[in-house]
Design a protein around this ligand. Structure first.
Ligand SMILES: Nc1ncnc2c1ncn2[C@@H]1O[C@H](COP(=O)(O)OP(=O)(O)OP(=O)(O)O)[C@@H](O)[C@H]1O
Length: 336
């Protein structure tokens, strides 16, 4: 098991990773997300042993790396997959995957499993981006790493390819039974593919939990907003419910729950109807999303909220609408 305690990394006087703790469970895929410059790549480089760390301990199997006694990358048995594929251009697909292997059985296994059998003799320049990334993954897995680090493996691919390849990568990692940390800036990718998601903000891991917990019970407004469209409405706790300007809903209450809270409302928690006589909000903007529209509306109470409606409902800016909070699951409330 890869275990990280109190990891901090500085570039000069700039601390870019702060006191990071995590344990990577067997066969687990942990997605690391966060805005640009928050330190995701730096964390991976530290875990691979490619950069010096300032404080903390990284341990895996038989080794422990500290700032005083760093374990070099070649002693960590780490596999890396990069966004630019990092293949040897002069070698064929097969030679890339077999590189430095004594026995080619696993190379054959992963070439076949990742759909590369027909391309064994091709040079990387002949392959599509998706195929190149499959070769990079096959090469990594054929070397039986103790853990795999993936740095935005899909960011150079088009949207349609991303969707299939993300599942193929997940399946391959699960079949190999190897734990992985996968860096992405794509929230959907993080929530759909990961067993757990870690949200990094300015070098600090703000939350590390299952995708459902991070989305439904975010540790902070930052996490809530980073993982999806989020509005915060003022609410008053009343037993197991919370009351807002657009109705009430069940709420998760913490031990220190206070009377007045900020309630996290996702667009799907709001029902929109045209009923001018009961209108309680004015549409500010409407964003077409294909199968649905995302509305941004100003409540008469002065707050703003977003709501998702069917694409068939043509709602225009300045239109008066009636919004109702509707959720059968508990919503998350942050103390004010
Ligand atoms: N070699 C370096 N020397 C000095 N500062 C660096 C170096 N590499 C990264 N940084 C700084 O460290 C911070 C974290 O960078 P990092 O690349 O880890 O972020 P990231 O979350 O991976 O960003 P992105 O999503 O844009 O790839 C940034 O402020 C960056 O400018």
């Amino acid at each position: 098991m890869l275990e990280v305690n109190g990891l901090s990394v500085d570039y000069g006087s700039n601390r870019v990773v702060r006191n990071l703790d995590l344990k990577l469970n067997e066969s687990e895929i942990l997605m690391l997300v966060g805005p640009t410059g928050c330190g995701k790549t730096t964390v991976l480089q530290a875990l691979a042993g490619l950069i010096p760390v300032t404080e903390g301990k990284i341990a895996q199997g038989g080794w422990i790396s500290t700032p005083e006694k760093s374990v070099p990358p070649e002693k960590r048995n780490v596999g890396m997959v990069f966004q630019d594929f990092a293949l040897f251009p002069h070698l064929t697909v097969e030679q890339n995957v077999q590189f430095r292997l004594k026995d080619n059985t696993l190379a054959d296994h992963w070439l076949e499993l990742l759909g590369l059998s027909d391309f064994r003799q091709a040079k990387p320049s002949r392959l599509s981006g998706g195929q190149k990334q499959r070769v990079a993954l096959a090469r990594t897995l054929a070397h039986e790493p103790s853990y795999v680090l993936l740095d935005e493996p899909l960011s150079n691919l088009d949207a349609a390819l991303k969707d299939t390849l993300r599942w193929d990568i997940r399946d391959a990692l699960k079949k190999a039974g190897v734990p992985a940390i996968w860096v992405t800036h794509d929230q959907d990718e993080a929530l759909s593919v990961g067993d757990r998601v870690g949200i990094l903000n300015k070098g600090v891991l703000e939350q590390l939990d299952t995708p459902e917990q991070c989305f439904e019970k975010p540790a902070s407004k930052f996490v809530a907003r980073f993982l999806g469209e989020a509005s915060f409405l003022q609410g008053r706790i009343a037993g197991s419910n919370v009351e807002t300007a657009i109705g009430s809903a069940p709420v998760y209450t913490a031990n220190n729950a206070q009377e007045l809270v900020e309630l996290l409302v996702r667009p799907d928690d709001v029902i929109v109807s045209h009923s001018p006589e009961h209108a309680n909000a004015t549409v500010l903007r409407s964003r077409f999303e294909g199968g649905s529209r995302l509305l941004f509306a100003a409540l008469d109470s002065g707050e703003t909220v977003s709501a998702r409606v069917s694409h068939e409902l043509k709602v225009m800016p300045d239109q008066r609408v009636h919004l109702t909070l509707q959720s059968s699951h508990p919503l998350s409330a942050l103390s004010q």
